[in-house]
Design a protein around this ligand. Sequence first.
Ligand SMILES: [Mg+2]
Length: 237
Amino acid sequence: MKNTEFKLVFFDFDQTIINSGVGFSAAYKKLAEKFESILKIQGLQLDSEVILNKILTKDKEFNKNKIYDRDLWWNPILKEFNVKQELSQDKIKRLTETYWNTVIEYTEPYPDTFEILDYLKDKYKLALISDTDGLKGMKKIRIQKSNIAQYFDYIIVPGDDTKSVKPDPEPFLRIAKQAKVKPSKKECLMIGDKPFTDIKGAKNAGFTTVLIHRADWNVDPVPDYLIKELRELKEIL
Ligand SMILES: [Mg+2]
């Protein structure tokens, strides 16, 4: 059933309106090759597929623990292979640079992203709320390069623009205040792919929540609506 009283609609960025999964996959494949060479120097001959799986497992762990600074990822991954030697800061920076450049190169919107943003843009105020990439300014660069920025009345990057990241309600409430909209279930709606940040944060702010299923997180909280494709929003909004 449609609720026509919504005034402000929030979207998450990665894996909600932007298929960064493709970009992240490409980046991990590249990183797996880099790690293969690093491990080879340490006398370890490992298949890049094995390395890739290890990286993917750690990615989920880092995300769940909200560790977004990629500089903090590479040594713990190396440690998974029982390598005692740590990577130099210089090497870490270069791996992070390779990672983000690959993400940007391969990331693209979902097939129904522009369709739904076109459908919503004149009906509601639209806000984009996307946590920091752990490298100040990187998220805004990625948002600009994605060609979706012009659809949004408000863009906020918690962690870069605010002290706290999702699920803290502060960044959600800040935008509602700016838009002069009551932070309530009736007037605000949030769409995101992560229950523990997007849904929890929006609930903390008092909003109606929509979880878009992009991966099995198997964690709380339960959203008000569950969708599989963005175009399903037309049944709600
Ligand atoms: Mg996301």
